[in-house]
Design a protein around this ligand. Structure first.
Ligand code: S3P
Length: 424
């Protein structure tokens, strides 16, 4: 599908954005291996989370998808059954990496496959620690999907994370639930901690002492109700739009503001952006708030180090905001962008280049000269939801109508993105 985005001024109003993708995935997965029902409200019904639901249904779990709730009828740590066919994770890296940790310990074998993008994404990062735990995983070309996971008895390990990745950490933590002994993960740079929060909420015994995470065995997990907050990664498109589109004032309601995810707010504030956290509260151990943004004069910053994993998914739209700032923005330490749904350093540079602006690619990030004039044009999403939405935000400040090709991939994380944008 092609989508035409017209340039705009004066984005105004209150919006509610869809549920957090990371938390929605986890609620289904952990609910499936917990005893009893997990009732999820605010669930993101995007394609990725629906892939997770489809996988656990094939593993014998009953999951009711109703209008306002998803109910997972969990069967406990030892309740999954062998699937009759390969599990299809679609486009979802979170699904394949987390589910591998669970499947590594089951008394059956299972094949995991996904779309063309998934088959290009590195899986060695989960295979290595899982093999150390005693898993038996075959992969294509030593590290790519499809994966064949032969269930084995697992043992605890001590593991130091070579990259800051919540998906890798979560895969090991899930395997640790089935392993003999206490698993220790050293995490030099913090990544999102929704797994630790939700597993503990369900009865696990996971502690984090200054980046040393321990997971000790428990007999069972027990399902709990989960109210999923809005996804800050989806809110980021409206934060950026509110900051750079003249005469805008937006309030984004009910956004998860877990400190492992709020790098984008810190970055926009450091640029001089009006981004205020209001009405702060808590839900299921996760902090939630409304976010108010107003058009602001932005200045360039250097983005590097520990903030990068705290805003890894938001860097494409951050780059768009940096184009509208005064001065030269530098993004470093962000080589992980190359192994997302697309190589986001390359795809953002290529597509924004079609709108007449230059984003210089570097080995570990990008250099963005502020104050460049964005021109209307035709861009391609590369079937990457965040590239499509970032281009849409850039198009708001262009000098005419911009067309996004294969724009419907936003359904991965934000099915009604274009409608929400139009509502402002
Ligand atoms: C996610 C973790 C991040 C993020 C992805 C979702 C998660 O990936 O980019 O969109 O739900 O754990 P990494 O942990 O690989 O950095």
């Amino acid at each position: 599908m092609d989508k035409v985005i017209n340039s705009k001024t004066g984005l105004k109003g209150r919006i509610k954005i869809p549920g957090d993708k990371s938390i929605s995935h986890r609620a289904v997965m952990f609910g499936s291996i917990a005893k009893g029902d997990t009732k999820i409200t605010g669930f993101l019904t995007g394609d990725d989370c629906m892939s997770t639901i489809a996988c656990f249904k094939k593993l014998g779990i009953d999951i009711d998808v109703n209008k306002d709730t998803v109910v997972v009828h969990g069967k406990g740590l030892r309740g999954l059954s062998a699937p009759k066919e390969a599990l299809d994770v679609g486009n979802s890296g979170t699904t394949i990496r987390l589910i591998s940790g669970i499947l590594a310990a089951q008394p059956f074998d299972c094949v995991l496959n996904g779309d063309a993008s998934i088959r290009k994404r590195p899986m060695k990062r989960i295979i290595d620690p899982l093999l150390q735990m005693g898993a038996d995983i075959e992969s294509e070309n030593e590290g790519y999907a499809p994966l064949t996971v032969h269930g084995r008895k697992l043992k605890a390990i001590e593991y130091t994370m070579p990259v800051a990745s919540a998906q890798v950490k979560s895969s090991i933590l899930l395997a640790s639930l089935f392993a003999e002994g206490t698993t220790v993960i050293n995490e030099p740079v913090a990544s999102r901690n929704h797994t630790e929060i939700m597993l503990n909420y369900f009865g696990a015994d996971i502690k984090n002492n200054n980046g040393v995470i321990t997971s000790s065995p428990v007999e069972e997990l027990y399902g709990e109700d989960i109210d999923v907050p809005g996804d800050i990664s989806s809110a980021a498109f409206f934060m950026a739009a509110g900051l750079i589109v003249p005469d805008s004032h937006i309030i984004i309601e009910n956004v998860g503001i877990n400190p492992t995810r709020t790098g984008i707010i810190d970055a926009f504030k450091a640029m001089g952006g009006y981004v205020e956290i209001i009405n702060e509260r808590s839900s299921g151990g996760e902090p939630v708030a409304d976010i108010e943004v107003k058009t602001s004069r932005l200045r360039a910053i250097t983005l590097e180090g520990d903030i990068i994993p705290r805003m890894i998914d938001e860097i494409p739209v951050f780059a768009v905001a940096a184009l509208c700032a005064e001065g030269t923005t530098v993004v470093k330490d962000a080589e992980e962008l190359k192994v997302k749904e697309s190589n986001r350093i390359a795809t953002m540079s290529e597509e924004l280049g079609k709108l007449g602006v230059v984003i210089k690619e570097t080995d570990d990030g990008m250099i963005i000269e502020g104050g460049q004039k964005i021109r209307a044009g035709r861009v391609y999403s590369h079937l990457d939801h965040r590239v499509a939405m970032s281009c849409a935000v850039a198009a708001l400040t262009a000098d005419g109508a911009t067309t996004i090709t294969d724009a419907d991939c936003v359904a991965i994380s934000f099915p009604d993105f274009y409608e929400k944008l139009e509502s402002l």
